[in-house]
Design a protein around this ligand. Structure first.
Ligand SMILES: Nc1nc2c(ncn2[C@@H]2O[C@H](COP(=O)(O)OP(=O)(O)OP(=O)(O)O)[C@@H](O)[C@H]2O)c(=O)[nH]1
Length: 262
């Protein structure tokens, strides 16, 4: 019987918990005490943002020195813990495009989303769908379709910031969560992605195949309780983008103005 991957990871952690805990204890050395000390000082005395950044930089350097002294972080981790990390990576990566998958999006994305609610910061979602992708499959074959998906995933990856959360949700659908980004910023990124895909042809046996994407954009609303709520509105905006002719970005604000006008 095949054990689901998440169960395997859980089992690894349960089986190896004592090992994992002792590794953690080994790593509590003088530098960590210094880090904790600095953290307390940081929290107790410094309120200005610049001071906080400086203290955090010092902490990062100390942690870096500590890990360097350890020679290799991997040495501090057991074989099983490393295997668990590897399994976790497999479980959160899309096998075809090698970008994060749906599970990762809803896991990490939800965390970022809840953080945005707590900090009352803006956060937006892009829902991206390839246009007429069925034709690519039907006319050129599934393997070419797969290559096109990889190419688009690469383009999306190249366009975003490290703090953005990109994933292939399934089929020819992708999503990106943009923390600390308002609707206008998300619209700008969306358009640059759309144009990048549009002007990057896929080379098939010497012939250039041009692909386009439609993108729906929505921002976190005060009433949204989870990422799924915002994503749902991005999906509605995407539907409008398709309906209005494809190869375009549609923000939820534009849908409202379209609805009002009609
Ligand atoms: N090659 C390949 N095709 C896939 C994969 N996943 C889904 N598809 C195909 O994606 C196509 C999606 O077709 P539709 O949902 O009709 O969408 P579309 O043709 O892009 O049309 P619009 O979205 O309306 O522009 C189907 O032909 C699926 O078989 C995959 O992993 N690889």
């Amino acid at each position: 019987m095949k054990i689901p991957i998440e169960k395997q990871i859980k089992q690894y952690y349960e089986k190896d918990f004592s090992n994992f805990a002792s590794n953690l204890l080994i790593r509590i050395k003088v530098t960590h005490i210094a880090v904790i000390f600095l953290l307390i000082i940081n929290a107790a005395f410094f309120t200005s943002e610049s001071t906080s950044i400086i203290v955090q930089l010092i902490i990062a350097i100390l942690i870096g020195i500590h890990d360097y002294d350890d020679n290799n972080l991997k040495k501090a981790l057991t074989k099983n813990t490393l295997q668990a990390i590897k399994l976790n990576k497999v479980a959160t990566k899309d096998h075809l495009t090698q970008i994060p998958n749906r599970r990762y999006f809803f896991n990490m994305g939800e965390k970022a989303f809840q953080l945005a609610i707590r900090d009352k910061t803006e956060c937006t979602v892009l829902f991206i769908d390839l246009d007429h992708f069925k034709k690519v499959n039907d006319q050129l074959g599934h393997d070419v379709g797969d290559d096109v998906l990889k190419m688009v995933a690469g383009a999306l990856e190249s366009a975003i910031r490290i703090s953005d959360i990109l994933a292939r949700l399934g089929g020819e659908e992708f999503a990106i969560l943009l923390p600390n980004t308002d609707l206008s910023g998300a619209n700008t990124l969306s358009e640059s992605i759309r144009k990048l895909v549009e002007k990057t042809p896929y080379n098939h046996q010497g012939n250039e195949i041009f692909i386009t994407v439609s993108i729906g954009v929505a921002k976190r609303d005060k009433s949204d309780l989870s990422l799924k709520d915002t994503l749902k509105r991005a999906d509605l905006a995407l539907y409008q983008a398709k309906y209005s002719g494809r190869n375009r970005t549609m923000t939820e604000a534009e849908i409202h103005s379209v609805n009002k006008a009609s």
